[in-house]
Design a protein. Sequence first.
Length: 267
Amino acid sequence: MKKTILLTGATDGIGLATAKMLLEQGNHLLLHGRNPQKLEDVVNTLSSQVEGANIESYVADLSNLSEVKKFADAVAEKHDSLDVLINNAGVFKINDPMTQDGLDVRFVVNTLAPYLLTKQLLPLLGNNGRVVNLSSAAQAPVSINALYGKARLDDMGAYAQSKLAITMWSSVLAEKLKDGPMIVAVNPGSLLASKMVKEGFGVEGSDINIGADILTRAALSDEFANASGKYFDNDSKQFSPPHQDALNQQKSEAVVAAIESILEDIS
């Protein structure tokens, strides 16, 4: 059964490798990118590589939450239903980390945008859909002040906190939506050969298909059918406990409350 799958951050790294893997299985892909030309080039390349590739493309800057809303609206205008949303897009190292709204761009792209996109697309996902959120082995206690943009963090601090925050909201939202869709946070593997790893750590990294394979499995395989609210660690190849703060209901709900407050303030 071929699926309709929305994949953010599809123009390079794990996203691009995942897009190709999903297309080769005959799925209908809605690919997102920030750069229009780069996205067009990727669509053309994938179309030439995969016979019968069924692709739509959507341009949006996920650091701008108003664009995230327009992005969700554009998807909803063309589709009554969506089988899978893969929130893959992420940022790590950036020269100017603050957005026009006074927020840290790492939190916006890695935590807030996927939350907003997921909430906006819940009617399309229904009870049987899946949401796959890209987490990381790098997780650090979330500063609510930093989430609000009131405290400055270095690159690794912001990245690690933003990845714990998406893991936390995945669990909280899964608990609230007991009947579905399935929502899971996935560490795709440490130091894979993405542009983010090369720029951030100066290393080539491991085979990018390690990450693409687990995202594809999370999106489609039976092993993730009952994974809602869980965390999959691809370094250990199993469902594992996330950072201890993500197991703390009070801390997790405080993060979600802050996310909701921020989104309400800028809407």
